[in-house]
Design a protein around this ligand. Structure first.
Ligand code: BGC
Length: 432
């Protein structure tokens, strides 16, 4: 059996966004942002205050950094030396899920287990030292509403996390309790930031004009420095929670995926662009082509990368992967189609991210004739590792910004979650 051409074309069309539509989405993003600045309830994005601006680059000293935002938790001891210089003195990392052993992100796990596990990791990072005083910066990569740099309440889990007893709680209080139970009162959590904010802080410690920070990985989100030009308020980084942006028309696979997700209706943009979901979208489309609608094959974005990487005209790697995951043997012509489908999904993702950046850049430009130089800091496996993601993002920016695209640079800030958390801890310490 080979794929039906009409059905294939219609699936491809479902994942296609043309130039006009992309421009409309960028405009809608800017509109949503402006509405959110008036009142977050008017926006599909949460527009969360971070209570921190850009670093002065004079931040120095030794801090603990906790990076908690995906299935891998990391704790680092970092020494900041100022002016973009720093050294990682110790790094420990462990997954929150080990298949067949434990799973701290599932609905039957508890907050105590989750934070107890993290406290153990902190203990490892300080090498069992229960006396030396440490300030800890916490990169917590979920939507949290803050009242200051310490107090961050988890609004809602994303990325299919389901552990009960954390939503609605001040996450650093949970962490503090867990540290106390382990006798680690010498470790004082002082700051919580989103990972986008961490990436922006880390990049701004080293580069100029970093007004935007983004994560393009398992999850997706962007923050920017709101200048509050017309008010007395100090500039502050706003975590847009842009993954929640929904002023765009989802395709039928997006609708279906959302319906079956942990949190239907939430994170509509994220479910179209991020690594956690792209493999699923691809699998759903493939299931239709195999006339097995509804079957989940378990494709991941890593599989999608392998499919894009198979440049051999006979596509042996694609044929093998599809056989392993679906039980179907396809010929080279269909393997070509499989590759086109993957490319289209990744291309759509990158273009949507470009549209969201453009919306922010237009907002920053305001009524100015030209766009001032802008450095966008990005971290994440999709941006860093997925073939064609970065290239399509840049193309999308050029398509939307025209000659102004020359003013925009993107920098990869991997490791930003750790460095950014240390910088936030330093800022918190300076406010004490
Ligand atoms: C979360 C954001 C986070 C992003 C990237 C999203 O699911 O809502 O807070 O920044 O993932 O980790």
């Amino acid at each position: 059996m080979s794929f039906d051409q009409n059905q294939f074309d219609s699936i491809l069309a479902d994942f296609t966004i043309d130039s006009d539509e992309l421009r409309e989405i960028a405009g809608a993003f800017r509109y949503d942002l402006k509405q959110g600045l008036k009142d977050p309830d008017l926006s599909s994005m949460r527009m969360l205050k971070s209570y921190i601006g850009l670093p002065t680059r004079k931040e120095t000293g030794e801090y603990l950094a906790l990076d908690f935002g995906g299935t891998n938790v990391r704790v680092l001891r970092i020494r900041l030396d100022g002016d973009g210089k720093f050294e990682v003195l110790k790094k420990v990392a462990k997954p929150l899920v080990v298949a067949g052993e434990y799973n701290y992100i599932a609905a039957d796990a508890t907050a105590d287990q989750m934070f107890g596990f993290i406290a153990d990791l902190v203990e490892e990072a300080v090498e069992g030292d229960h006396t030396k005083k440490y300030y800890l910066g916490h990169t917590f990569s979920f939507p949290s509403s803050q009242t200051d740099l310490y107090n961050a309440k988890l609004i809602i889990w994303t990325k299919e996390f389901a552990t009960p007893g954390v939503e609605g709680k001040v996450v650093n209080d949970l962490l503090k309790d867990a540290l106390h139970k382990k006798g680690l009162d010498n470790v004082e959590p002082t700051a919580v930031i989103n990972d986008t904010v961490a990436v922006q802080l880390a990049a701004a410690y080293k580069h100029d004009n970093v007004n935007i920070g983004c994560i393009y990985a398992t999850g997706h989100n962007t923050c920017y420095l709101e200048p509050y030009a017309d008010s007395a308020q100090e500039p502050m980084i706003l975590n847009l929670e842009s993954g929640g942006f929904n002023r765009l028309t989802p395709g039928r696979f997006d609708v279906e995926l959302d319906k079956n997700s942990e949190k239907p209706g939430e994170q509509r943009l994220e479910k179209m662009v991020s690594g956690r979901y792209m493999g699923e979208l691809f699998g759903m489309a493939l299931a239709e082509l195999f006339d097995e609608k509804g079957k989940a094959y378990g494709f991941t974005s890593i599989d999608m990368s392998a499919i894009m990487d198979d440049e051999d005209a006979a596509h042996p790697a694609i044929i093998q992967l599809v056989a392993e995951k679906t039980g179907h043997t396809i010929d080279a012509a269909d393997a070509d189609k499989v590759q086109d489908l993957v490319l289209r999904i990744v291309n759509r993702s990158a273009r949507l991210v470009a549209a969201s950046f453009t919306g922010i850049l237009w907002q920053l430009q305001g009524a100015e004739k030209t766009l001032a130089p802008q450095t966008i800091a990005v971290d994440g496996s999709v941006y860093e590792k997925m073939p064609h993601a970065k290239e399509n993002l840049m193309k999308g920016l050029s398509e939307l910004l025209g000659t102004d695209a020359a003013a925009v640079e993107t920098v990869l800030e991997n490791g930003g979650s750790g460095l950014g958390a240390a910088i936030a801890a330093a800022v918190a310490a300076s406010r004490k």
